[in-house]
Design a protein around this ligand. Structure first.
Ligand SMILES: Nc1ncnc2c1ncn2[C@@H]1O[C@H](COP(=O)(O)OP(=O)(O)OP(=O)(O)O)[C@@H](O)[C@H]1O
Ligand SMILES: [Mg+2]
Length: 212
């Protein structure tokens, strides 16, 4: 009986730790696939995400290079909503997933780089490079300074070399995203496509923030 309680307690602690480090907050945890309204424009993305939800549990521990997903389209079509649904599903199945907006990611890396503790940035990249699953929301939105481009290349190259599940959302289609990722753009984009090509989903729809 006491062994049973210990096990439950450990599992709960581990789940709480994973939830905290996932970066998922508030209503991001409450999105449900059944709340996503479909129409002719977004059905392809909705169905693709449905397929991915079925596929990822097998992909994550496979040899496949393309374990991740990429959702591309205009603002307000539910890319963040759908990615949060994927991240929550991973979390519920015990995966150590990190969901981070591109702006927060860069702010954290910048803080680590320019803090007194110079090793902070290496530790941060190492942690993100090793997370079992990493989802970067809104890649390409920020001003593409040389530092931003280099950071993205380093992190995405590390995910690619470690063959780890990585998901992306963006407002930019590959050609434009590669341009926004600067001198390293083609190399970074090539790795993003490699990591996600089996579940690379694009859609154009009305902005659900404005119309509904
Ligand atoms: N098809 C949909 N059905 C129901 N709600 C939706 C749908 N698409 C988006 N929404 C809602 O619209 C709001 C904006 O969606 P979300 O933030 O996911 O858009 P986005 O594609 O990530 O936009 P951006 O590119 O600006 O980041 C959210 O409240 C989301 O729940
Ligand atoms: Mg978004």
């Amino acid at each position: 009986m006491s062994i049973y309680s210990d096990c439950t307690c450990k599992a709960k602690k581990s789940a709480t730790r994973k939830l905290k480090s996932s970066g998922l907050r508030g209503n991001q945890l409450n999105y449900k696939l059944e709340d996503y309204k479909t129409n002719d424009s977004n059905r392809n993305m909705f169905e693709g995400v449905g397929r991915y939800l079925k596929a990822w549990p097998e992909l994550i521990n496979s040899d496949s290079e393309s374990k991740g997903f990429c959702l591309i389209g205009n603002p307000g079509i539910g890319k963040t909503m759908l990615s949060c649904i994927i991240a929550s599903d991973m979390l519920a199945k015990g995966v150590q997933v990190v969901f981070v907006s591109s702006a927060d990611l860069l702010a954290e890396l910048r803080q680590a780089q320019f803090s007194k503790d110079r090793e902070g940035i290496e530790e941060k990249i190492d942690t993100l490079g090793k997370a079992q699953a990493l989802i970067i929301d809104d890649i390409g939105k920020e001003k593409p300074t040389e530092w931003v481009q280099a950071m993205y290349y380093r992190l995405i190259d590390l995910r690619y070399r470690n063959n780890l599940l990585t998901g992306f959302n963006s407002n930019y289609y590959p050609k434009e995203l590669a341009q926004r990722l600067g001198d390293f753009g083609d190399a970074t984009m090539s790795r993003i496509l490699g990591l996600t090509r089996e579940h690379f989903l694009c859609s154009t729809d009305f902005d659900h923030r404005i119309e509904g």
